[in-house]
Ligand binder design. Structure first.
Ligand code: WT7
Length: 573
């Protein structure tokens, strides 16, 4: 057992004074009383995250602190309330109703957040789309969810194949030169100018759906993970106890709202807790990031291992140009956080980096290193109070400490996904062992109850913290005229965690070449998204397949790592 290099408690988190005791006595119902709706049962997350702060006298506080290379903007809670009311009224004018799907395909500019809360205020389901998605990724998600409205920008509109998206009734364009000739196209700024700031949010049931995030599995197209308004209970409480948010905090979550971290912890947790939320637009650059921390005097910073490794690679010299003394608490999520990165964080920021574990499906943090806990670098920490995590075997038996198995969580908890959109069978697969949610991660728990991540049990790839399904990439690859068959795996990478590697066999008449590799790479990039394009392509005459024709990614992985290929009895020939 790794008992060396434990990091002692550094700052006393103000709000969770005794983890062990709290873990034993905590009851989620005690959190509900923080919300007025605990009595009526009628709720709207947008009200709790934004309007409530106005009603309680915090309307003039800065809610959104926005900057990108060309824009600087601040919005108070009162302004956010007024803007999102306006947008809700725009949606009402175009007949958007409770339960409808409204997608937002936009960079993280202030209009994103206005639209986002406007959608929730009318009781519709908001679907954020990552701005780097290309045509096919956009099409799959809008088509599967049968969204009726899309909010986007003129730059991104060409990636929306409107002719093929029959459910789409309106496209709202956030930009100046909007062509009004087409009555499906609506100008955001024109409508917002005319819309009233009045109106109450639609009061819904706590179990009504609120947000849909598409995420990848090892088979099939991305699946629509649906979360209910009820998730706010956990967003709020993990915000308090894991992010340690306190009223005067200035918080920065570096994730894009196209992914779940960018909504659960880039939107809900900070604003439910009423803190100032820093949003930085534009691309990643180490200097920009340090400047964002310094200029905004960020106190709580939630980021990801790949970004931290890139900052580490940028060198310690750079850090000396910035005053980062405002930082009180640093957290990470999405991939294994290397002990080396934690040690580096101690050296350059003088702070411990707190790893947290959760998934799109879990909606919120389940396992974490709390401010009040000793950190064992390399461990994801301990379960959140009210959460029971265990390592189980394939029959659902709990395994003793130090044995590797399936990381599973006892059901239910407040932010657990409520449905996979139009796919009850996929939903049930997560709960195939009675009483447990099966994460698909393998891990072990040590004698002190700390959990240690070991890997994925399926073929899902985690590249730079972004989850990519091999099937989606393979399907795109075989659309290329030169590609006969393709198998895709994650290859270990020191900075990105994993990179996507494709094994490709060519059709007759095509010769392997570097130009062809690059052409195929670009083809995937332009069809799906840059992060889904294979960084490495290797041509093979034949790919290992089962007799039923399924490509054996397990064998490709073994080839790549130079490991034994294991049982090949089901191999085709
Ligand atoms: C998968 C979920 C919602 C968080 C962002 C990613 C991996 C997540 C950790 C961690 C090692 C981690 C798991 C998980 N993962 N956190 N602290 N250490 N691995 O959400 O895209 O749904 O991916 O990310 O493999 O299953 P996601």
């Amino acid at each position: 057992m790794l008992q060396t290099g434990r990091l002692p408690v550094q700052t006393k988190g103000n709000q969770l004074l005794d983890y062990t005791r709290t873990a034993e006595t905590f009851d989620w119902r005690s959190v509900e009383s923080a919300f007025s709706w605990s009595v009526t049962g009628r709720v709207n997350t947008a009200y709790e995250a934004i309007d409530r702060h106005v009603d309680e006298g915090r309307g003039e506080q800065i809610a959104l602190q926005y900057s990108d290379p060309s824009r600087n903007e601040q919005l108070t809670f009162a302004e956010m309330k007024a803007n999102s009311n306006r947008f809700a009224n725009v949606l009402r004018k175009y007949n958007v109703k409770k339960g409808d799907r409204v997608f937002i395909f936009m960079p993280r500019v202030p209009e994103f957040y206005t639209s986002f809360f406007g959608v929730i205020k009318v009781g519709a389901i908001v679907g954020p789309l990552f701005e780097a998605f290309m045509e096919e990724a956009v099409k799959d998600r809008i088509a599967d969810s049968e969204a009726s409205v899309l909010v986007t920008t003129p730059d991104l509109l060409p990636r929306v194949p409107r002719q093929e998206l029959h459910s789409l009734k309106h496209v709202i364009i956030v930009g100046n030169d909007v062509d009004h000739g087409n009555d499906n196209i609506i100008s955001y700024y024109k409508e917002m100018k005319e819309a009233s700031t009045d109106g109450e949010p639609e009061w819904v049931d706590r179990e009504d759906p609120m947000i849909i995030h598409y995420t990848s599995g090892s088979t099939g197209k991305p699946k629509g993970v649906v979360h209910a308004h009820n998730a706010m209970i956990q967003h709020y409480q993990t915000g308090k106890w894991v992010l340690d948010l306190q009223p005067e905090d200035i918080y920065w979550c570096t994730a894009d709202p196209g992914w779940v971290t960018g909504t659960s912890y880039g939107i809900f947790a900070p604003w439910l807790n009423g803190v100032t939320n820093v949003i930085r637009g534009g691309r990643f650059s180490p200097g920009d990031w340090y400047q964002t921390l310094e200029k905004n005097k960020v106190t709580v910073w939630y980021s990801a291992p790949t970004a931290l490794r890139m900052l580490m690679a940028a060198g310690d010299e750079l850090i000396r140009n910035y005053d980062l003394s405002s930082i009180r608490h640093i957290l990470s999520v999405g991939e294994p956080l290397n002990p080396e990165v934690i040690r580096w964080g101690m050296k350059v920021y003088g702070k411990r980096i707190h790893d947290t574990w959760w998934m799109t499906e879990t909606g919120a943090i389940l396992i974490a290193n709390y401010p009040q806990m000793e950190i064992k670098p390399g461990s994801m920490g301990k379960p959140f109070p009210g959460i029971r995590a265990a390592i189980i075997d394939d029959e659902g038996n709990e395994l003793p400490p130090n044995q590797m198995g399936n990381l599973a969580i006892q059901t239910p908890w407040p932010s657990l996904m409520r449905e996979i959109w139009k796919n009850p069978q996929k939903y049930q697969e997560y709960f195939r062992l009675k009483g447990w949610y099966i994460s698909g991660d393998s891990a072990y728990m040590d004698e002190e109850g700390y959990f240690w991540f070991q890997g994925r049990l399926d073929d899902v790839i985690n590249t730079s913290g972004e989850r990519v399904g091999p099937f989606e990439v393979e399907s795109k690859l075989v659309e290329h005229p030169a590609v006969a068959e393709a198998g895709v795996i994650g290859k270990p990478d020191p900075v990105r965690g994993q990179i996507i590697k494709a094994f490709v066999s060519l059709r007759d008449g095509y010769q392997p070449s570097d130009e062809l590799k690059e052409e195929i790479r670009q083809f995937v990039k332009n069809g799906l998204a840059a992060h889904a394009a294979p960084r490495e392509i290797e041509f093979k005459d034949k790919l290992p397949k089962t007799r039923s024709g399924k490509i054996m990614r397990r064998v490709l992985k073994a080839w790549e790592l130079g490991l034994p290929t294991g049982d090949l009895s089901t191999l085709e020939d």
